[in-house]
Design a protein around this ligand. Structure first.
Ligand code: ADP
Ligand code: NI
Length: 221
């Protein structure tokens, strides 16, 4: 966004914020506006540390979930709406392309997920992943799990990797199991050094949480 003044950038970011708020108001899947808010806040912090383009980072962070298939009955239509909105937003074409590339890589489904090509993409992906770990991440697992009607914990449920595909699909999954399936692996997936630093503290907090959880479960603490 080097062609724009900071004032023009702020104007576009505010419009994007309004768009996202309007879209997520109708959502009930746990992708609420406050997830976007947190990802934007963390994005700004990492972008400053890593020397990334803050306008592209903030715009991508704001828009990163609007074409998600969990939020849209018709993701292709949502993508066309986003393309049209960006084209009319006053964002320079190069920044539009960059933001769209970040969003499509982040929401890539199936197979081998392509790595983020640019620093800005790495920053936004790190911020999104950071929101899945730590104290907030713990809250989100239980919120999602409850929404799905899954139990908190079941000691007889083995780790995901020891489940058959049929058992897993049958819903033999718990909130606690999701820590092993995904959350405890995210620290290693951080792209940037600064996000890795933030992830370390959040990771330790989850480990501490799980230790306390099992001790309480057995009446040991
Ligand atoms: P994103 O915001 O990146 O699209 P996801 O849609 O993958 O994230 O997940 C949203 C939140 O729901 C995350 O915090 C994640 O940990 C949680 N979640 C996703 N799948 C599960 C699951 N099987 N059990 C518990 N929590 C889950
Ligand atoms: Ni997200």
């Amino acid at each position: 966004g080097e062609d724009l003044t900071r004032e023009q950038q702020e104007h576009i970011l505010l419009a994007a914020e309004a768009l996202v708020k309007e879209k997520l108001e109708r959502d009930s899947s746990g992708h609420d506006w406050w997830h976007i808010y947190r990802v934007v806040q963390t994005t700004k912090r990492i972008a400053a540390q890593e020397g990334a383009d803050t306008f592209v980072c903030e715009l991508a962070a704001l828009l990163h979930d609007v074409v998600d298939e969990k939020l849209n009955a018709d993701p292709a239509a949502a993508q066309r709406e986003l393309d049209a909105w960006l084209a009319a937003s006053g964002t320079p074409a190069a920044a539009v392309d960059h933001v769209l590339e970040i969003i499509s890589t982040m929401s890539f489904k199936g197979g081998a997920r392509p790595p983020m090509r640019t620093l800005e993409g790495k920053v936004v992906q790190d911020a999104d992943r950071l929101d899945a770990i730590g104290a907030v991440g713990i809250s989100r697992v239980f919120a999602y799990s409850g929404w799905k009607g899954r139990p908190i914990h079941d000691p007889s449920v083995t780790a995901r990797e020891h489940m058959t595909e049929a058992e897993y699909r049958a819903g033999n999954d718990t909130a606690i199991n999701h820590f092993y399936e995904k959350l405890l692996k995210l620290k290693e997936l951080m792209n940037t050094a600064y996000a890795r630093q933030l992830a370390d503290e959040r990771h330790r907090f989850m480990e501490q949480y799980l230790g306390q959880f099992y001790a309480e479960w057995e009446g040991e603490r």
